[in-house]
Design a binder for this molecule. Structure first.
Ligand code: SF4
Length: 346
């Protein structure tokens, strides 16, 4: 199928399906895909949208698999599709349910109360685990609010799977470094002693997003500042705490876009996040501010969504190939965890 044929097919199917169809897309999607999305947003915005959609019966999610799974959990009466079911998330894959449950069992032997919180970038099973154990979900846009809630419901947050987002959030809240520890699933008892666990207010699963870490580093910020004195730097909080500290600001994709709106005409800003979004923003704001990438790094999985597989999905809604189905046994508890997050961040 040529690109032109794919475009025509997508247009034709959108017209035929009308209000029955909604296409959601993450900010990290390519321009050619974004062009066909009815709503473009970050994980929190898209999760909220999925929970509120009334008219549509069909959701096509242009993003990675955990996002489509989240939409399916929140919109049980809709049929949810993803153009490429192999578009996964290496960060989400780092928290495997079996290892998380093993860690939870070991933690539970210490006489403390833990509240499990998972980043939305995780499998439906991990979300269900959090729901089952009176925990919740967070995004990079609401992590502080969720950690505060968790710490008002227990002594320690057990956070999965992004160590960097977890540490950045805990630091922002003023939690001292010695009370933030890391659970390494490759080591016996996470590599922690009883004393470490007793002392901890936050336990971080050792996972990371390979797009943001170790890719964006202080050395990139230094060379940017040297090349463009006065430039502002904003990074995503999946970058490590040292990089976040050396930047002027950090935030989710929605918060990064908001940051641009607060800049003065003529300002220069370098952005440490996925390149598709940075390129699009640079084009959109080119007559007002100068937006550049701290480094041009793409998320390969986000990039798997194309015009061709979007067209193929829309022309084969009867088939199972692109359909996202979460087992009922997981939906109920995962939804409980997601609903808590949505209620807290209203
Ligand atoms: S950018 Fe990172 S966290 Fe987001 S989907 Fe890609 S690998 Fe996962």
């Amino acid at each position: 199928m040529t690109r032109e044929e794919a475009r025509e097919l997508i247009d034709r199917r959108r017209n035929e399906l009308g209000e029955r169809l909604i296409i959601l897309g993450h900010h990290y999607q390519k321009d050619e895909v974004v062009e066909f999305c009815d709503v473009v947003g970050d994980s929190l915005e898209l999760a909220r949208k999925a929970s509120q959609i009334e008219a549509a019966e069909i959701i096509v999610f242009c993003g990675v698999y955990f996002m489509a799974e989240t939409a399916s959990i929140l919109a049980q009466d809709k049929a949810v599709y993803i153009p490429d079911p192999t578009a996964g998330c290496p960060l989400a894959d780092m928290a495997d349910i079996r290892r998380v449950m093993q860690a939870w069992e070991e933690l539970s032997r210490i006489g403390k109360s833990f509240v499990p919180v998972t980043y939305v970038n995780s499998s439906a099973e991990i979300k269900a685990f959090c729901g089952r154990n009176s925990g919740t979900v967070c995004t990079s846009g609401n992590s502080q609010l969720i950690f505060e809630w968790a710490l008002s419901h227990g002594e320690t947050v057990f956070f999965m799977p992004d160590k960097n987002l977890g540490r950045n959030t805990a630091k922002m809240m003023g939690i001292p470094g010695e009370q933030i520890v890391q659970w390494d699933p490759d080591q016996a008892r996470g590599g922690l002693t009883d004393d470490d666990i007793v002392r901890a207010r936050v336990i971080l699963w050792k996972g990371w997003c390979p797009v943001h870490w170790p890719e964006f580093a202080i050395s990139d910020i230094c060379s940017m500042r040297k090349q463009f004195p006065g430039i502002k730097i904003i990074v995503h909080p999946e970058s490590d705490p040292e990089t976040v500290e050396a930047s002027d600001s950090a935030g989710s994709t929605a918060q990064i876009l908001k940051y641009f709106r607060g800049l003065k005409p003529g300002d220069k800003v370098a952005v440490g996040t996925e390149f598709s979004m940075v390129k699009r923003a640079a084009k959109e704001y080119k007559s007002i501010i100068d937006i550049m990438a701290l480094k041009g790094i793409y998320c390969e999985d986000m990039g798997k969504i194309s015009l061709e597989n979007l067209a193929a999905t829309l022309t084969n809604l009867e088939g199972k190939e692109h359909r996202v189905v979460v087992p009922d046994s997981i939906v109920r508890e995962a939804k409980k965890a997601l609903d808590t997050m949505l209620r807290l961040s209203e």
